[in-house]
Design a protein around this ligand. Structure first.
Ligand SMILES: Cc1ncc(C[n+]2csc(CCOP(=O)(O)OP(=O)(O)O)c2C)c(N)n1
Ligand SMILES: [Mg+2]
Length: 382
């Protein structure tokens, strides 16, 4: 059956290629600068249409209750990640561990605009925050980080390799950029099954310079796949700043050559993220093909726990914390809306208690038995 779909797609590609070469030949014959100019401005109009729509209403009009929910989710991620950092320092977490501190508004804002159970998600190795945003139990995430049997991958995946097919969360990938073509596969499945779902594929500014990303853009656009590509631009790929590595640092423009509309979004403002995602997801769900969103954000910690972060100054990090912190901003706005500071303190205390419970659960859980060494390594039957 998938072959039939591929055959149809190939036939469509052939027709498109014929049409493209015909129109290229005729536009060469009639080459007139005015025609080229107007075609270019027309393209720009279409590619910018979602950004323009977003500019008309930047922020989601959240009720105070909804806003409080976003705040609590972001705070849960922050406190969970702080504790994960401590457990790493104590030697309870081994291997790689990439914290999401600073980027919380991205996962929370996007998740809030998705249809749970219908839409799928895939990301890289900086994945704990995403899993918490999707409502996955902090206890089993912490158990995975500490290599325990109760972990979501039975303690054998660790920080970078967590999945929850129940939540349509497809990882957790350690190979930079690998999740992008896999995301297109998930989107293809949505389209093939006609289940109305959309895939959100997250990747970083560093991953955005990989060739496989552009091959995926081409196919996703050509086949009109229901996918939102999300570039989490946290300004660095390990120790390399975007300015040192990227010829085009406006990542939302990277889909232009593939006719994928781009959106530039403040990834430190959860309400802006939510609003932009609604626009993007609606466009994709209506069958218009992919959208590319660039979320401007920042990570406060090093790339991973082993990074002393000598490539940037303390002032730079403190400056972002003081002026753009997504949680502090939300807190100030909630207070403005009349939420008592005592209530916010209580929320923080409750979240800290939840995280402590998760850490205690993990520490007191057994490691996998040696007999588990070879289970879940290969799929047994196809
Ligand atoms: C194919 C591949 N190349 C290199 C690496 C090593 N590596 C791990 S993370 C990383 C930087 C990626 O940066 P970015 O995409 O911006 O994501 P961020 O870590 O900022 O979330 C690199 C080069 C890898 N894991 N996989
Ligand atoms: Mg990055």
């Amino acid at each position: 059956m998938p072959c039939a779909v591929l055959r149809r797609a190939r036939r469509r590609n052939d027709l498109l290629a014929k049409a493209a070469s015909k129109s290229a030949a005729s536009s060469k014959k009639n080459a007139e600068p005015a025609v080229t100019d107007s075609a270019a401005s027309d393209d720009n109009f279409a590619l910018r249409s979602l950004q323009d729509e977003h500019a008309r209403q930047k922020r989601f009009d959240a009720s105070t209750e909804e806003f409080l929910e976003f705040y609590q989710k972001m705070l849960l991620i922050r406190r969970f990640e702080e504790r994960a950092g401590q457990l790493y320092g104590l030697g309870l977490i081994g291997g790689f561990c990439h914290l999401y501190i600073g980027q919380e508004a991205v996962a929370v804002g996007i998740q809030s605009a998705l249809d749970e159970g219908k839409d799928s998600v895939i990301t890289g190795y900086r994945d704990h925050g995403h899993m918490l945003a999707y409502g996955i139990d902090p206890k089993i995430i912490m158990a995975e980080l500490t290599g325990r049997q109760a972990g979501i991958s039975h303690g054998k995946g660790g920080s970078m390799h967590m999945f929850s097919t129940d939540h349509a969360f497809y990882g957790g990938h350690g190979i930079v950029g690998a999740q992008v073509p896999l995301g297109a596969g998930l989107a293809f499945a949505h389209k093939y099954r006609e289940d109305g779902g959309v895939c959100v594929a997250y990747f970083g500014d560093g991953a955005a310079n990989q060739g496989q990303v552009y091959e995926t853009f081409n196919m996703a656009s050509l086949w009109g796949l229901p996918i939102v590509f999300v570039i989490e631009n946290n300004q660095y790929a390990m120790g390399t700043s975007v300015k040192r590595s990227s010829a085009e640092t406006h990542f939302y423009r990277r889909g232009t050559a593939f006719r994928i509309p781009g959106m530039q979004v403040d990834g430190m403002d959860v309400l802006e993220v939510r609003q932009a995602t609604e626009i993007a997801v609606k466009h994709v769900r209506e069958g218009n093909g992919p959208v590319l969103m660039e979320l401007s954000t920042y990570r406060y910690r090093g790339h991973s726990m082993s990074d002393p972060a000598k490539y940037r100054t303390r002032e730079e990090v403190d400056g972002v914390r003081q002026t753009r912190d997504p949680i502090e901003h939300a807190k100030a706005e909630l207070i403005e809306r009349g939420i008592a500071e005592d209530k916010l303190k209580q929320i923080d205390a409750d979240i800290r208690a939840r995280v402590t419970e998760a850490a205690d659960f993990a520490e007191n859980s057994p490691e996998p038995a040696p007999s588990e060494l070879y289970t879940d390594v290969l799929v047994g039957s196809y």
